[in-house]
Design a protein around this ligand. Sequence first.
Ligand SMILES: Nc1ncnc2c1ncn2[C@@H]1O[C@H](COP(=O)(O)OP(=O)(O)OP(=O)(O)O)[C@@H](O)[C@H]1O
Ligand SMILES: O=C(O)[C@H](O)COP(=O)(O)O
Length: 394
Amino acid sequence: MNKKSIRDIDVAGKRVFIRVDYNVPMDKEGNITNDTRITATLPTLNYLLEKGASLVIGCHLGRPKGQPVPEFTVAPVAKRLAELLGREVKFAPDCVGEQAEKMSAALKPGEVLLLENLRYHKEEEKNGAEFAEKLAKLADIGVNDAFGVSHRAHASVEGVTKHLPMVAGFLMEKEIKFVGQAVANPVRPFVAIIGGAKVSDKIGVIENLLKKVDTLIIGGGMANTFVAAQGYSTGKSLVETEKLDLAKSLIVQAKEQGVNLLLPTDMVVADKFAADAEHKVVGLDAIPDEWMALDIGPKSAEAFAKALEDAKTVVWNGPMGVFEMDAFAAGTKAVAKAVADSDATSIVGGGDSIAALQKVGLSDKITHISTGGGASLEYLEGKVLPGIAALQDK
Ligand SMILES: Nc1ncnc2c1ncn2[C@@H]1O[C@H](COP(=O)(O)OP(=O)(O)OP(=O)(O)O)[C@@H](O)[C@H]1O
Ligand SMILES: O=C(O)[C@H](O)COP(=O)(O)O
C-alpha cells in the first residue's frame, strides 16, 4: 500500500480522530446483534492507546438523513465498545460543537471518547467544508479504519483530511490487502453473488462486475428488480422501478459478454413483512398482487449452490432473503453452505452479510470476512475509493 499507516506516525500524547464503520445490525430494542465491525477495529484502537494516544472516535449508524433520530443513536455502541476495550468510553451527545470540543480537549492519554452519530448532521453526507473543519478541531491527527464507508466522499471520511492529516488503521490495511489480492488475478471460475436491500446503491456495480466474473448470481431484494424487468408482476416486493431499464440492459450485457447470469426462478412470498407472516413458495409468474418476495425459493437455492460447486474465487455481498426472520432464511443458509463447502477463495462482505454468515455458523469457513459491503463491491470494480485516495501518501 502506498499510503501511510499508523505505524508511520508518532501518536504519543496526541488526540487521534478515528473514523470507524460501526454501522452494526441491531434488533428493534436497540441491542447489537452482531459486533464484528466493532471487534475488527480493536487492534487499531489498542495499538494507539498503548502508544499513548487519546481517541476521538467518529461513526455513523443507519441513514437518519441529517436529523437526530433517536432510533439511530450510537449510545449502545459506546457501551459495547467499553466492554470490549475494558475501559471507560465517554460519550459526546453531539459529534461537533462546544461540548464535543471541551470533552476532546480534556482527554488524557489512554482515554476514549465516542461521538454521537455523524449522520445526525446533513453536512456529513454532503461533505460540508465547515462541518469537516469542526470535526478536525477535535484532534491532532486522523486515522481512517472505516473501509466500509470509504466509498463515500463524506465529511468525516474525505473532507476532514483537508484539515487533519489522515493515515490508515490496521483494519483498512488488511481489507485493502485481502480484497485487492483476491481479485487482482482471480483464479477462475470467478463467481460473484449479490443480494441485500440497497438496490439503487449496488445495481450500478453490476455493470463493471460483468467484465470480471464468469458467473453472477443475484438474489435477495436485488433480484426482485430483475424479476420485474423480465415482465413478471412482483406484488408488494421491494422493487426499484427507476432501475428497471438498467436491469433489462444488464441482462442483455451478461448474455453479450458470455457471463452466466443466474436469477431466481422461484420465490418465498409472504402476505406481510413479518416473522409470523403467512408464506408459500411460488414460481415467478404466480406472485400474488398483495404479497411480497422475501426469500429465493428452494429450486433457485439449489441452482445457485450448483453453480458454486466448482468456483475457485467467490465474492458475496447481500443476503438472499430476509434472513433475520427464520421463515425467510433458507436461501441465505443454502448459499452460505455452498460457499463454505467449495474450495474457492471466498470473500464475504457487508454488515448484514456477516451477521447472516455468523447466524448459520459458517464464518470460519470463509477466506476473508470483509467489513465492507458496498465499499468492497466498489473496490472490486476497480474504483478508487475517495476515503483511501485522501489518506497521506508514503
Ligand atoms: N427480498 C428482500 N426484501 C426485502 N429485504 C431484503 C430481501 N432480501 C434481503 N433483504 C434485506 O437486505 C438487508 C441487507 O442488505 P444490505 O444491502 O444492507 O447488505 P449488507 O451485507 O448489510 O451490506 P452493506 O454493508 O453494504 O449494508 C437485510 O436486512 C435483509 O433482511
Ligand atoms: O453498511 C455499510 O455498507 C456502510 O456502513 C455504509 O453505509 P451506507 O451504505 O449507508 O453509506
